[in-house]
Design a protein. Structure first.
Ligand SMILES: [Zn+2]
Lengths: 237, 203
């Protein structure tokens, strides 16, 4: 029997009285399990089987699918609504899609957990972008933010750079007014995860999107597609 | 599963087992009971089942089960035509009706937003709902989606939609079950109930 603190990333009904749960735990990483008899079980209360609810999960592992025995609440649910809730789904989907199963990395777990707890805060957008950049770093896909990729020349604050998703930054002599060109100061600030201005947020998002696309890590992040539908919906008025 | 001499019998037991909350034991018992003692009931049941599956359609307006183009609720002019209640599934309409506290119209989403599964507004009939709201008859939208994070996301999206048409959005309260004692209430429910507390009315 395993016991660990964690969260549920996603759940779906399975037959009449069971649920398939994607769990993410501190010391055992991500795994998929089945919770049986959720209609009658006192060990698997529905109000605990929710994303964004800190949990203590007890399960046994035989074969591919874990058997989830008991789920205890480990504190108050993180209260999210509107765009912040959508961001929460998005973070869950990233972990679900890019973190390999059964690979444990407590630092990544604490990044995930920290980001969830930051979502109700004022600066949640910067925390979300910083989470994305850290995920790239964790996966080994984050290009250097300190040196140019061709010649390892340090990036300088006064220069302008072009970003190539699979390689990194390269100095650009023609300072075009193009969204793919960024100033060195911005890049250096991003390397310290200093994301307090709109241009840095834009750069962070640009790096994440283009790297994810170029690596075809996760060709369609569903929650982002839905988020876009929702944004369109609210833009109409 | 135990195999019996007849393939037809085995098939029936297998089909019954597909029903919600019917296990192999119950399926067996029901099959034997029907075939041995209640052939009339079995025949009647099979006809009704076929009629319902083949004849039922979904209401053009609210998507409830209907015999005709519009359902009985939508045809009823004595209801409060200024209120619309949004639910996730047809069975929720039955629950709302049983409460006897609501007499307005309904709209059934047939699901809820589930961003990770790629289920967005288009997948749960929001364009149809929007055309209904655009007709301008409603002044209140009562959101009765589940008290889950997906239900919350759905409720938020619906509130944005309602405001677009100057309809006031409300959501069923997060409250304590009638007859419950605080000691046995989980902390999330209690926390939401405190935040959503109501003024005690004067006589
Ligand atoms: Zn109807």
């Amino acid at each position: 029997m395993n016991r660990d603190i964690g969260f549920i990333l996603h759940q779906r009904d399975f037959r009449d009285t069971s649920k398939i749960l994607d769990c993410y735990t501190q010391s055992h990483g991500r795994f998929r399990g089945i919770a049986r008899g959720i209609k009658s079980s006192k060990r698997l209360l529905k109000q605990n089987i929710q994303p964004f609810q800190p949990l203590i999960i007890n399960w046994s592992q035989k074969g591919d699918l874990a058997s989830i025995r008991e789920i205890e609440s480990d504190g108050l649910m993180i209260s999210l609504s509107g765009k912040r809730l959508m961001a929460g789904f998005y973070i869950n989907e990233i972990i679900l899609k890019v973190v390999p199963e059964d690979e444990s990395d407590p630092a990544l777990f604490s990044l995930y957990k920290g980001t969830l707890y930051d979502l109700p805060e004022q600066n949640w957008v910067s925390k979300l972008r910083s989470f994305e950049i850290s995920i790239l770093d964790f996966l080994g896909y984050l290009p250097s933010l300190e040196y140019e990729y061709l010649n390892n020349t340090p990036i300088e604050t006064s220069k302008t750079y072009e970003f190539l998703p699979s390689d990194g930054f390269r100095e650009s002599l023609h300072k075009e007014d193009n969204k793919n060109y960024f100033n060195g100061d911005l890049i250096k600030r991003l390397s310290n995860l200093d994301l307090d201005s709109d241009p840095s947020l834009r750069l962070a998002k640009y790096i994440f999107d283009s790297v994810i696309l170029s690596q075809s890590l996760s060709p369609s992040v569903n929650s982002r597609k839905v988020m876009r539908q929702l944004i369109n919906l609210s833009k109409e008025f | 599963m135990t195999q019996f001499a007849s393939k037809k019998l085995n098939d029936l037991i297998h089909a019954l087992k597909m029903l919600p909350s019917i296990g192999p034991k119950s399926a067996q018992r029901i099959a034997f009971q029907l075939l041995q003692h209640e052939k009339d009931i079995a025949m009647h049941l099979s006809e009704k089942l076929k009629d319902a599956v083949e004849g039922l359609r979904s209401c053009n307006t609210c998507r409830m089960f209907a015999d005709e183009e519009t359902c009985i609720i939508c045809q009823d002019e004595n209801r409060d035509l200024k209120k619309i209640c949004i639910v996730e599934s047809p069975i929720d309409v039955v629950s709302m009706e049983k409460s006897n506290a609501y007499h307005g119209k309904y709209f059934i989403l047939m699901g809820h937003l589930s961003p990770i599964d790629g289920i967005g507004p288009d997948e749960i009939g929001v364009p149809l709902l929007e055309s209904l709201l655009a007709q301008g008859q409603f002044d209140e939208m009562i959101v009765a989606t589940s008290m889950t994070v997906e239900g919350e996301a759905t409720a938020h999206m619906l509130s944005v939609l309602a405001r677009k048409y100057a309809i006031s959005p409300t959501r069923l309260a997060f409250g304590l079950p009638v007859g419950s004692e605080l000691e046995y209430i989980d902390q999330n429910t209690l926390s939401r109930a405190i935040l959503g507390r109501n003024a005690i009315k004067e006589e």
